[in-house]
Design a protein around this ligand. Structure first.
Ligand code: ACO
Length: 161
């Protein structure tokens, strides 16, 4: 059992998660379900299995990327998320976690899988020595993140290309 799984097992949440689900790292076999799940978040485009494999390898080689998926009993991906760990100079060379690209498959929402994913990624950031975790979201998702223990801080800015 990993540190993250141990941390999650000690939490009372999620109370309504009655079916059997597991958290693991994404694998090449997840290509279709992973990309389909992400479509509830935004445009994904046509990502081939080869491209998916290259990205997985890139993530795997790096200390920065910590992707996680939730799978059902058939080992099919039903939710995806990413933790990036940023090594800083400030705060005594502190580390900050960034949560990105959270998506729960349309038919699986409302079962506390989003909460499970956020608790897992947050525990992973803590286990890796981050002093905080931050994320950007739309106003309609603020309540969800508050229920996951996050508080509003600052304003997101962007410069789109
Ligand atoms: N507004 C208010 N409350 C919400 C919302 C919402 N949009 N979504 C969930 N909640 C509440 C639930 O009712 C539940 O509350 P409870 O504890 O009182 O019962 C709690 O939050 C936990 O909900 P989950 O069941 O874990 O939520 P779910 O599994 O449906 O995942 C998510 C939520 C990730 C927002 C999902 O609906 C989704 O994938 N949406 C589309 C993609 C998206 O918007 N992703 C987030 C982008 S932001 C980012 O990536 C950093």
């Amino acid at each position: 059992m990993t540190a993250v799984e141990r941390t999650y097992q000690t939490m009372e949440k999620p109370a309504r998660l009655q079916e059997k689900f597991a958290v693991r790292e994404p694998q090449l076999r997840d290509h279709k379900a992973y990309t389909e799940t992400l479509r509830v978040l935004t445009t994904v485009g046509e990502v081939s299995e080869a491209q998916f494999g290259e990205v997985l390898e890139h993530w795997h080689k790096s200390e920065v990327y910590h992707p996680r998926v939730i799978v059902d009993e058939a080992n099919t991906v039903v939710a995806v998320g990413m933790l990036l760990v940023e090594q800083k100079i400030i705060h005594d060379c502190g580390k900050v976690g960034h949560i990105e690209d959270i998506a729960v498959a349309a038919g699986q929402q409302g079962k506390r899988l989003g909460d499970l994913l956020i608790q897992t990624l947050t525990a992973e950031a803590r286990a890796r020595g981050c002093y905080k975790v931050i994320l950007d979201c739309l106003p309609e998702n603020v309540r969800f993140y508050e229920k996951c223990g996050y508080t509003e801080a600052g304003v997101e800015m962007q410069h789109r290309f």
